[in-house]
Design a binder for this molecule. Structure first.
Ligand SMILES: Cc1ncc(COP(=O)(O)OP(=O)(O)O)c(N)n1
Ligand SMILES: Cc1ncsc1CCOP(=O)(O)O
Ligand SMILES: [Mg+2]
Length: 211
């Protein structure tokens, strides 16, 4: 596990939309546009390709000083030396991921629409709390829906807050205003004709809010 001290978690959190042949190039465009965090999310079971891609993305992120987070798969995160892992309700517990990846790993968690889950996972040692979906999500149409009130309620927990779900450069500002430290985006970023330009539009939302 890398020991590089990363800057505070704030800004665009790019989540890959693979499988796609150009996942590394598309991710490079997102980082060039200002993404501050990259998640490798590939729900297929092609272990060899996933390992190759995760390794390539780890090298890319290291060159940019950006943390790579692996979705779901703690062993893959460990194998490629990623900065951390994102855990949902079907995934490993925070303490188990921490035990495998080390004290400095970034262990992020999905809290969906639940402040109780957020409180519990904050107490369990999570490094960030993700809420959503805030808008209808093209990637996950059945995702539970969250409100900006949840972000405000979670702020006193003192951890970085991540908003996810159907977020675009045009609908995101109220989420930042409500306390989102990171905007996690798949389709409005990786589905854009110009990934770098889309990332720049998201990044500008944080410049406007003083970060
Ligand atoms: C930053 C971030 N937030 C939420 C999720 C969703 O995680 P999960 O509920 O485990 O669903 P899958 O992404 O695994 O389908 C996420 N990946 N990243
Ligand atoms: C993984 C996940 N969890 C809740 S919504 C979502 C998908 C987000 O993707 P998009 O930005 O395309 O809505
Ligand atoms: Mg998951």
């Amino acid at each position: 596990m890398t020991q590089t001290p990363f800057p505070p978690l704030r800004g665009l959190y790019a989540i890959t939309d693979g499988p796609r042949a150009d996942v590394v190039e598309a991710s490079a465009a997102a980082l060039a546009g200002g993404a501050r965090l990259l998640q490798y999310r590939d729900k297929t079971h092609d272990a060899a390709r996933r390992a190759d891609e995760a390794r390539a993305l780890q090298a890319l992120c290291a060159a940019h000083g950006v943390p790579l987070i692996v979705n779901d798969d703690v062993e893959l995160a460990a194998a490629v030396g990623a900065a951390g892992v994102h855990l949902g309700e079907d995934d490993l517990a925070v303490h188990a991921a921490r035990a495998r990846l080390g004290a400095h790993a970034i262990v992020g968690v999905s809290c969906y629409d639940s402040i109780e889950r957020a409180r519990r996972l904050a107490a369990a040692g999570a490094d960030y709390l993700a809420f959503g979906a805030f808008f209808p999500s093209p990637t996950k149409p059945q995702a539970r829906r969250a409100t900006t009130g949840l972000l405000r309620a979670a702020k006193p927990l003192g951890l970085p807050l991540v908003a996810i779900g159907g977020i675009t450069p045009d609908n995101a500002a109220p989420l930042v205003d409500a306390g989102a430290d990171c905007l996690a985006v798949i389709s409005a970023l990786f589905g854009a004709a110009d990934v770098c330009a889309s990332a720049q539009r998201f990044a500008a939302l944080f410049e406007a809010s003083g970060s």
